[in-house]
Write a protein that binds this ligand. Structure first.
Ligand code: SF4
Length: 350
């Protein structure tokens, strides 16, 4: 087998390198956000994946190792809600070992969480080797937060306490993601911006997307990034700043008065498919090459094959990426026919 460094750049037909692996470690969540896992579709009777269907930690490590060999430089743990996965700290530790394994370039290990369990787990995650954290928070107003999150008892205060705990153990800089849906939480744009000014936390606003098939998405419920920036600029003048990397999804803006940075992620109005370097691994071991994919490539059977041969695993991952042509957001507005069933975001991570 060619060594870990040899194949450090696997390109798709649009010359996009595989750079980011997003691993969904749980299809379950302790919230029912309207834009991701609406309560109507994911209600009491919904059948979630059973434990035997989930990839084990060892299987996840085998996939991650091959993706790093193929050029991945960032691994992000997602869900559903990743902190619901039993023993998540152990997986973080195993992945951190892989990420720090004298690779050619360091591999970043990050997580996206809704923050509800963060206050309890922040220390253990940091000690296990987690490097970066994104926390979802769509409102500070409790009523609006509960309307967006489909929960009648969760509180934004719990999320803020989780963020504070993560900060106190050094999981910084933290990014906070807020999805804005017209008619629900656009009134929270300024309160959120105001709250995180001077905090060192990077607040990013995400345009509401037509992910999956259950969130009832409508274009007129999208609050565009332009509108979000205008609302903030009107009160706190902003200036654009350089992105960190060509494949960064967020457009960065700084407060002119030095109070920090915000970002906007504009999948609907300013598609970034031309630099998309993200591969997604679902909770039950399928590869998805786009957030709006309709089908995946199974790895679980290969992972559980008696041979346990990871050369075949690397070849399947490489060929999946090398045959990838996804650019859904770029083509969204040209599509005349509805796409077949798109995969649900809660199954492959945002
Ligand atoms: S729509 Fe698909 S290809 Fe485009 S940026 Fe999103 S995940 Fe990447």
């Amino acid at each position: 087998m060619r060594d870990l460094h040899e194949m450090a750049s696997c390109l798709d037909p649009l010359q996009r390198p595989l750079r980011d692996l997003r691993i969904s470690v749980s299809d379950r969540c302790n919230l029912r956000c309207a834009y991701c896992m609406p309560g109507e579709a994911f209600g009491r009777g919904f059948v979630f994946l059973q434990h035997a269907e989930l990839l084990s930690f060892e299987e996840i490590i085998r996939v991650a190792r091959q993706c790093i060999a193929l050029g991945a430089r960032k691994i992000r743990l997602t869900g559903g809600e990743p902190l619901l996965r039993h023993g998540i700290e152990r997986l973080v530790e195993m992945l951190a070992g892989l990420c720090n394994n004298d690779n050619e370039k360091p591999v970043e290990l990050a997580m996206t969480s809704n923050g509800l369990l963060l206050a309890k787990k922040a220390r253990a995650l940091k000690d296990a080797g987690l490097m970066r954290l994104n926390v979802s928070l769509d409102a500070l107003n409790e009523t609006i937060f509960q309307r967006m999150s489909g929960s009648n008892n969760a509180s934004p205060q719990t999320v803020l306490e989780g963020i504070a705990a993560a900060e106190s153990v050094g999981l910084t800089p933290i990014k906070v993601n807020a999805v804005i849906k017209r008619g629900v939480n656009e009134s929270e744009i300024l309160p959120l911006a105001r709250h995180f000014r001077h905090s060192g936390i990077i607040l990013r606003f995400i345009e509401y997307m037509d992910v999956g098939t259950t969130n009832g998405w409508r274009l007129d419920e999208v609050v565009t990034s332009r509108e979000i920036l205008a609302r903030i600029d009107n009160e706190y003048p902003l200036m654009p700043i350089e992105s960190h990397a060509p494949n960064e999804v967020a457009e960065r803006w700084a407060f002119q008065d030095g109070a920090g940075e915000i970002g906007v992620i504009s999948s609907v109005t300013q598609a970034f498919c031309h630099t998309c370097s993200r591969l997604r691994l679902s909770t039950d071991g399928k590869l998805y090459t786009c957030l709006f994919a309709t089908e995946g490539t199974d790895l679980r059977a290969l992972l559980r094959a008696p041979s346990g041969d990871d050369t075949a695993l690397r070849q399947r991952i490489a060929s999946t990426w090398q045959n990838r042509s996804d650019r859904y957001s770029q083509l969204r507005h040209e599509m005349t026919e509805a796409l077949p069933e798109k995969i649900e975001m809660s199954y492959i991570g945002g």
